[in-house]
Design a protein around this ligand. Structure first.
Ligand SMILES: C[S@@+](CC[C@H](N)C(=O)[O-])C[C@H]1O[C@@H](n2cnc3c(N)ncnc32)[C@H](O)[C@@H]1O
Length: 432
């Protein structure tokens, strides 16, 4: 058994659900032993290949757990400033395996510390905890004859955490030189970062592909999460019936799936093709299998053939660009106008999917002046067509120690909206 910490992206439920479906798709046995808004602790049967971080859109860091202390020691040490508790912490760190990698690094080593906690009493003390632990580690390394530099974090930061970019740029993964303190309600896990999300790779696919569309574009990270939700992997056929410039298709192609795109707009068809050709070259994929067709979704089954694909992943039109936050009734009218397109798509997607295949679809989520979000009601249509909702969280994913996982069980869809946006996304996972 191996245990790891997965540090989540901003939308932690989306990140956790992605992890679960990723492991299930690959038949990897796992248990989530603990989760919070910041991280989850996961036990797997055999050691993980750290490269899986490149397959996940919602994970920022993966870390290997080296030791564990009761969280109450942190509280005593830093909330109550209890000296014996501080000493106990320094001793635990000094005697743990968390320094082994740093000790093997060549020359004067640079190391950093990140604190992950959802406890608002401890959060403001993050900077102090980090400096205390930093100097305890530096002292211990000196005792063992290792020169080191501690990578502090500016006072202006609200979180005592190194960003993935900092960890990448300073090569902290290679030297196992980022130490994470992941505080749960009762236990704090001390771990070394072994993999970090590479934003430059995702950015490259976003900004350097030959054809882009600023307004309609979806981020490659979200596209990857949706592809993972669909159960897509090597050997499967994935269709995006509203492919735009091909963001979702790109991510599926990187999973070595066969991909088919369709769009009503001929410019998009050409743009998506060029982007997929670019991706094949840029990532030396060789032997990729993709097609992009021009057509209206109303004729999807006719064009594609019934029961011809394993996964459909799409983001249809989400409505007009809004200058200001709409009223509730106006948002309802936007949704009502879009419904025929979505409902027709759901019917057609059902026809082209093989039995057991999944549809992952985005519907609009509109922020309104009354602060209540307006969304599209799908359930009646799903029932009429025959789709079942896939609940991303199931009891068997969680270990006995995972607290409060019951509240995740009923999660039927995922909302995703940027703080300053008026239209966001609701992501649904459906099965034929
Ligand atoms: C929100 S965009 C999809 C963006 C895409 N995920 C991307 O990253 O480029 C929706 C796309 O659906 C296409 N579209 C709209 N109505 C359609 C229809 N009836 N049939 C097929 N495609 C349609 C539009 O041309 C547009 O490219």
């Amino acid at each position: 058994m191996s245990t790891y910490i997965f540090v989540s992206g901003k939308n932690w439920t989306l990140s956790l659900a992605e992890l679960g479906t990723y492991f299930q798709t690959r038949n990897l046995k796992f248990k989530i032993d603990y989760f919070s808004t910041e991280f989850c602790k996961l036990t797997v049967e055999s050691p993980l290949n750290t490269k899986i971080i490149n397959d996940l859109g919602g994970t920022i860091k993966i870390a290997q757990i080296k030791t564990m202390v009761p969280t109450k020691i942190f509280k005593e040490a830093f909330l109550e400033r209890h000296k014996p508790a501080q000493k106990q912490l320094s001793q635990t760190i000094a005697s743990s395996e968390v320094l082994e990698g740093i000790l093997c690094a060549p020359d004067k080593v640079l190391f950093g510390i990140s604190i992950y906690t959802s406890d608002n009493t401890i959060k403001p003390l993050g900077g102090r905890i980090q400096r205390f632990i930093g100097s305890a580690i530096k002292d211990e390394l000196a005792v063992r004859g290792k020169k080191s530099r501690f990578m502090g974090i500016g006072q202006d930061r609200s979180e005592a955490q190194l960003s993935h970019v900092e960890v990448l740029k300073k090569n902290l993964v290679e030297n196992q030189a980022e130490v994470l303190f992941c505080m749960g309600k009762t236990h704090t896990w001390i771990a070394n970062t072994i993999a970090v999300h590479n934003p430059f790779e995702f950015q490259k696919r976003d900004l350097y592909k030959p054809n882009q569309r600023a307004i309609f574009g979806m981020s490659p990270r979200l596209a990857r999460i949706m592809v993972n939700f669909s159960g897509c992997m090597q050997g499967k056929v994935l269709l995006d019936a509203f492919c735009g410039v091909g963001t979702i298709l790109q991510e599926a192609l990187l999973e070595q799936a066969s991909v088919v795109g369709m769009d009503v707009n001929p410019w998009c068809v050409k743009a998506a093709k060029e982007n997929l050709e670019w991706l094949t070259d840029e990532y030396s994929l060789g032997g990729t299998d993709f097609r992009v067709l021009q057509g209206d979704v109303a004729r999807l089954a006719e064009k594609m053939g019934v029961e011809s694909v394993d996964c459909v992943v799409s983001e249809p039109d989400l409505g007009p660009a809004l200058r200001e936050i709409p009223t509730g009734p106006y948002a309802q009218r936007i949704i009502a106008k879009l419904e025929p397109l979505f409902f027709e798509f759901i019917e057609e997607a059902y026809r082209v999917l093989r039995s057991g295949g999944r549809l992952v679809v985005v519907t609009p989520l509109i922020r309104t002046r009354s602060r209540e979000a307006v969304v599209m009601a799908l359930d009646e249509k799903l029932k009429e067509v025959g789709f079942k909702r896939v609940y991303a969280f199931t009891d068997d994913m969680f270990g006995l120690a995972a607290p409060e996982h019951g509240r995740l069980m009923g999660t039927a869809s995922f909302g995703e909206i940027d703080e300053h946006h008026k239209i966001g996304r609701e992501i649904h996972i459906l099965q034929k």
